[in-house]
Each structure stands twice: as structure tokens, then as C-alpha cells.
Design a binder for this molecule. Structure first.
Ligand SMILES: [Zn+2]
Ligand SMILES: [Zn+2]
Length: 304
């Protein structure tokens, strides 16, 4: 493991008209699926990464098939903007129509790719009453992992992601307020998975945090802890001998870390896929005494 110290603001782009919010692109899940399949080659977790690649592929197909969703009213959106509140926060929003059908559709699509035990585990999603699915979704959205069905969680989470990503795509960045604290998504109020340094256009070299639920990305300067706003003593860790596409940004104040995924080191790097493929780094950070501040819904439990 190696450590490099960077000065706060050292590498930040000059202030100006930078895109503060990136709403999710149309091919989000397809890009993710392709990156997962690429990362699976010669990886010790190849079976797991390939399974998640199939799940992401199924998410993309479903996203393309959904009819337009109903956003909050214009009045509600204006109110959220005025009070700097996330307009798509799950607590203030009815569960999107059709989300349970999406969960069952995803389960049916990926089930054949699993060994018998995994297939049986996903059968629960197909057989369960609506009320059970609603309850499981509620646990996930509230971050209550104790009462989650571990085998069903990645698929239920994937279904919620599809619908919240669709809702976010129907927004205009001008309808979303910049939050007071950068640790939660300005669109839906969820935690980030990780952060990503983007390449190309006006976003070149900028760091964005990637939302675990709605897939939106918001700008947070580099060399600053997104969990507690501290910018002193930020240190970077990476696995010795690795390709440095993914580094862990650690904070000595709150003792947490968030991964930084570098598209400038690999153009196809993805904040969710590359996070899953670098679990070794999480183990090393745990040993070094840092808690993970990012949440990856594919990983709330291990491989089925
Ligand atoms: Zn979000
Ligand atoms: Zn911190």
C-alpha cells in the first residue's frame, strides 16, 4: 500500500462555469455492464462481476422500456429548490409506479445465470406478495440493513435504481438546488457509492460523487472529505502494484474514506463497477482503521 499527500485545491480547476450536477446519461447501465464484463476477465471474483454485469444489462433494457414517470408537481419542485431540499427524496415521494414489476422482471432475467442456490434465493422475489417487496424496498431506502433479505437486496436495489434514474433523467439541472453539505445527493438525498474524476469537455479533471440510488453526480472539489468537509491531512491509498485507476481518499478527522475512480487513468472506468472490482482496497482500508462512507447497493450482501 502506498500513500501520496496532496495539497487541498492543488488540482482543482479554476472557478468558473463548471457543471455542478450531471444527471444520469441514457446508456448508464449499459456502460456499467460493459465495464463489469471487462473487469471480470482474469478477476478472482469473475463469476460475481459477470452476474452483476447481467443485472446491469437487464436494468438498461428495463429503463428503455418504461413509460414516462410522474415527477413531483412544479410547485413541489420550486419549493425544494427554494429550501435547498432534494426533490426526489424517497421519504417525500410515492414509490414509483411499476417498480415491483421491474424487480420481478430483473429477477426472472438474471435467475438462469445463477447456480441452483442463487436461483432459489431469487425465487423469493417472484413468489413474494407486493407487501413484502414494499417492506424490503423500505428497508433499503432507509438504510436499515438488519431486516433485509440479503439474497434479494441487490435485485430489489437494482429495480429502485432503474426507477429513480428514470426520474432523475426527467429533471433539468436548473430544478435542483446545490446542497449545503456535499455528502448527500442533491437530487434524492442518498449517499454516494464512490467518486469519479471525469474526462472530456467542461467536466475534464473534475471530481463528482456518484449517487447510489438515482445515479446523479454532483461536483465536490478534490482533496476534500465529502463526509465531514475537512480538507486537512487528506491522504490517498491504493493497492501496491495496482493500476491506480481506483484510490481511496481518506480523512484523518472522521476516519472514513471514499474511493476515487480515475477516468483519466482508464476512459471506461465506472464509479460503481470499479468500486465492486476493488474490494481488496476496502479490506486494506479496514485494516488501516478507516470506515467506508460509500454505499454500493449491489454489494449490500456478497455473491448469491
Ligand atoms: Zn440521488
Ligand atoms: Zn472526514
Amino acid at each position: 500500500m502506498t500513500t501520496t499527500l496532496l495539497q487541498p485545491g492543488q488540482i482543482e480547476a479554476a472557478a468558473g462555469s463548471i457543471p455542478e450536477l450531471r444527471l444520469p446519461p441514457a446508456d448508464l447501465f449499459l456502460t456499467r455492464a460493459r465495464r463489469l464484463a471487462q473487469l471480470a476477465e482474469h478477476h478472482t471474483l469473475a463469476d460475481y462481476l459477470n452476474f452483476i454485469a447481467r443485472l446491469a444489462e437487464a436494468q438498461q433494457v428495463r429503463l428503455g422500456d418504461l413509460p414516462e414517470a410522474s415527477l413531483p408537481t412544479a410547485g413541489q419542485l420550486t419549493q425544494c429548490l427554494d429550501y435547498q431540499m432534494p426533490p426526489l427524496a424517497p421519504a417525500g415521494l410515492a414509490r414509483p409506479a411499476g417498480w415491483r414489476d421491474t424487480a420481478r422482471h430483473l429477477a426472472r432475467t438474471v435467475q438462469p445465470a445463477l447456480p441452483a442456490a442463487g436461483q432459489a434465493a431469487l425465487q423469493g422475489i417472484l413468489d413474494a406478495p407486493d407487501a413484502w417487496l414494499d417492506e424490503q424496498a423500505g428497508h433499503l431506502l432507509e438504510g436499515n440493513t438488519r431486516n433485509l433479505d440479503a439474497a434479494a437486496a441487490p435485485v430489489i436495489g437494482a429495480a429502485l435504481q432503474v426507477h429513480w434514474t428514470q426520474l432523475a433523467r426527467q429533471l433539468d439541472p436548473a430544478q435542483v438546488a446545490r446542497p449545503e453539505h456535499p455528502n448527500l445527493c442533491p437530487v434524492c438525498g442518498s449517499h454516494p457509492v464512490s467518486s469519479v474524476v471525469r474526462i472530456g469537455g467542461t467536466e475534464d479533471g473534475l471530481r463528482y460523487l456518484h449517487c447510489a440510488l438515482c445515479s446523479s453526480e454532483w461536483h465536490v472539489v478534490r482533496a476534500k472529505c465529502s463526509n465531514c468537509d475537512n480538507s486537512r491531512g487528506i491522504a490517498y491509498y491504493q493497492v501496491e502494484g495496482g493500476d491506480s485507476v481506483v484510490r481511496a481518499e481518506s480523512c484523518p478527522e472522521c476516519q472514513t474514506y471514499l474511493k476515487v475512480v480515475h477516468q483519466d487513468k482508464h476512459p471506461l472506468a465506472d464509479p460503481v463497477a470499479d468500486d465492486l472490482a476493488t474490494l481488496t482496497l476496502d479490506l486494506l482500508m479496514d485494516e488501516a482503521g478507516f470506515a467506508r462512507s460509500g454505499i454500493n447497493w449491489y454489494l449490500i450482501q456478497g455473491p448469491a
